[in-house]
Design a protein around this ligand. Structure first.
Ligand code: MEV
Length: 438
């Protein structure tokens, strides 16, 4: 096959780059310069990044921005956000400021359980399997003692293991469904190590179990893995104020605003096409903080979207009520986050972000992240139901368009000033650039 290679991972970094340049690039010098320009001159720092993954050739930058003025349960935070989308940090900052003057955000962690499963195939009588499970359950736990020791010392560990019969959905399919408390660690490695030990104990002990027939002893373990669906690791964040207190420069008629805003949330609650975009906006805030704090945004995304569909139809993650003159807006989401382990101790900017957040524990980080999602959704719905999204969006996108046209600093100053009072569209910006260059 053309353009394939074996042993790529064994090549040095330079050899990998040369192979790529020779195989896929026309202007090799330009591509090589680019890749090298993104290397860090601090060799130790570069090596650290090289070793996060396999086959690293360079670094891929995202901006790290900050949204200050987030008042959460009486503490004020500046929230770090790693994201490329131009309007996200600005919208978060604006929402933070808006609610700073109205009592801030309230957030609470509802639960912190995480889930892992051993999936297996068993061909036999369920009563015998149940008897075996009850017999072996204490050993499943005691065999993990060396793995769970330090987690237990800190107050976490295995909470329970259940046998689940799934054979009506898939022939002969059963699970060990385990719940864990992993405290300040996201816990993926801890959970997966425990699960693999459960699987090994379960399979080996089945061979000795007198209550099984010979066929029943042959349990086939399919896989052991944590679940990124964590509906029992829940956090709730909320804002509320008297309707008249919503009045501001952008909200001249707070009663109308509140009603329209609530309608927008209600639409996302019942209409999946809207709910997906609505939740995408929430994830703009959530992912940016999750990424800045070195957490696994894919895990968070997968778990949050599954939660959005938990009642059988994909729905809004936020909700709104208007009662007795009070406007209330809240989010409830599952978030499995860590503030120790993983990248948190390794990536210098993750450490920096966590320090900016006053070194939160996992529960505090859950609250901060949920607030970032709620604030982002507030900002989006406020724009959507008043000016429309493009006004703010294009204002923030202006710099991207100017950079596409290699605008000089002087041109940028002139054009930013010009577009303070003119509608930003791609064409309008291009015309304005052409005009001042003429
Ligand atoms: C864009 O990244 C996010 C929004 O589309 C979210 C929304 O529509 O609610 C503005």
């Amino acid at each position: 096959m053309p353009n394939t290679i074996s042993g790529f991972s064994k090549l040095t970094k330079s050899e990998k780059i040369e192979w790529l340049l020779n195989t896929y690039f026309t202007d090799k010098d330009n591509a090589r310069t680019l890749v090298q320009r993104y290397w860090n001159t601090d060799h130790k720092l570069q090596k650290l990044h090289d070793e996060f993954i396999e086959n690293t050739i360079t670094n891929y930058y995202l901006p790290l921005g900050v949204a200050p003025n987030f008042l959460i349960n009486e503490t004020t935070y500046a929230i770090p956000m790693a994201i490329e989308e131009s309007s996200v940090v600005a919208a978060a900052s604006k929402a933070a400021k808006f609610w700073l003057d109205r009592g801030g955000f309230k957030a609470e962690v509802i639960s912190t359980e995480k889930i892992g499963q051993v999936h297996f195939i068993y061909k036999g009588d369920f009563n015998n399997l149940e008897a075996f499970f009850n017999h072996i359950k204490p050993k499943l736990i005691s065999d993990t003692a060396s793995i769970t020791k330090s987690m237990e010392r800190r107050g976490g560990g295995i909470l329970d293991i259940e046998l689940r019969n799934k054979s009506e959905d898939l022939p002969h399919y059963y699970q060990l469904h385990a719940t864990f408390e992993t405290l300040d660690a996201m816990g993926a490695n801890f959970i997966n190590t425990c699960l693999e030990q459960f699987a090994s104990t379960f399979k080996n002990e089945a061979l000795q179990f007198a209550g099984f027939t010979n066929e029943e002893k042959d349990i086939s373990i399919i896989m052991s893995i944590l679940s990124n669906y964590v509906p029992q690791c829940l956090v709730r964040a909320e804002v509320s104020c008297a309707i008249e207190d919503l009045k501001s420069k952008d909200i001249p008629n707070p009663e109308d605003f509140a009603q329209k805003f609530k309608q927008a949330v209600n639409i996302a609650e019942i209409e999946p096409y809207r709910a997906v975009t609505h939740n995408k906006g929430i994830m703009n805030g959530i992912d940016a903080v999750v990424l800045a704090t070195g957490n696994d945004f894919r895990a968070v995304e997968a778990g949050v979207h599954a939660y959005a569909a938990k009642d059988g139809s994909y729905s809004s993650l936020t909700h709104c009520s208007i009662a007795n003159g009070i406007f209330k807006f809240w989010i409830e989401i599952p978030l499995a986050l860590g503030t120790v382990g993983g990248l948190t101790n390794l990536h210098p900017l993750v450490k920096f972000s966590l320090e900016m957040l006053q070194k939160p524990n996992a529960k505090e980080l859950m609250k901060i992240v949920a607030v970032a999602g709620l604030a982002q959704n507030f900002g989006a719905l406020k724009s959507l139901t008043t000016t429309g999204i493009q006004e703010g969006h294009m204002k923030m996108h202006l710099m991207n368009i100017l950079n596409q046209f290699a605008a000089t600093d002087k041109e940028k100053l002139t054009l930013v000033e010009h577009f303070k009072t003119n509608v930003v569209t791609h064409n309008a910006v291009v015309e304005a650039i052409e005009e001042i260059r003429r």
